[in-house]
Design a protein. Structure first.
Length: 153
């Protein structure tokens, strides 16, 4: 077998594989579809914004709208855009602070129906976090450690 014949065979095989992949995608659709749950992404993004607010200011925001405008010393926001304070159904995210338990908070969405349907509702989503500042606040920002997380309710 000559080198040119092997090269021609390899190129032909590569062309057949490429055409086959294109035909497969056209007929069956993409093989890898990324499924992102918008309600989970919205709640997680809001939780990360709250954590960043705490790193900058040393305290939890009183309400999620505090992430949009300066309310505390060392504020370095905005941490979210106004539309990111709403769930995918354009209802406000639910934010709760538990001051008796340190820097603990939760953020939730009640899903498409807008109602809390008990602990096993598939369209509700919540996340609960507790932040521990490991350095005293002032001058340089504190570090955070994630203590608790939530899930589907």
């Amino acid at each position: 077998m000559s080198a040119s014949f092997r090269l021609e065979t390899a190129l032909t095989l590569a062309l057949i594989v490429t055409i086959g992949a294109l035909v497969q995608t056209c007929i069956f659709g993409p093989t890898c579809v990324l499924k992102v749950d918008p309600k989970k992404m919205r709640v997680l993004k809001a939780a990360m914004a709250v954590e960043t607010y705490v790193i900058d200011t040393g305290q939890l925001p009183r309400q999620l709208s505090d992430l949009l405008t300066a309310q505390a010393p060392h504020w370095d926001g905005p941490y979210l855009r106004p539309e990111e304070l709403l769930d995918p159904w354009k209802r406000p995210l639910i934010y709760r602070v538990y001051p008796e338990q340190g820097m603990r908070f939760s953020i939730a969405t009640l899903g498409a129906d807008g109602e809390s349907n008990g602990p096993h509702a598939k369209d509700d989503y919540w996340i609960e976090r507790s932040i521990t500042l490991t350095r005293s606040f002032g001058g340089s920002p504190p570090r955070r450690t994630r203590v608790a997380a939530g899930g589907t309710r």
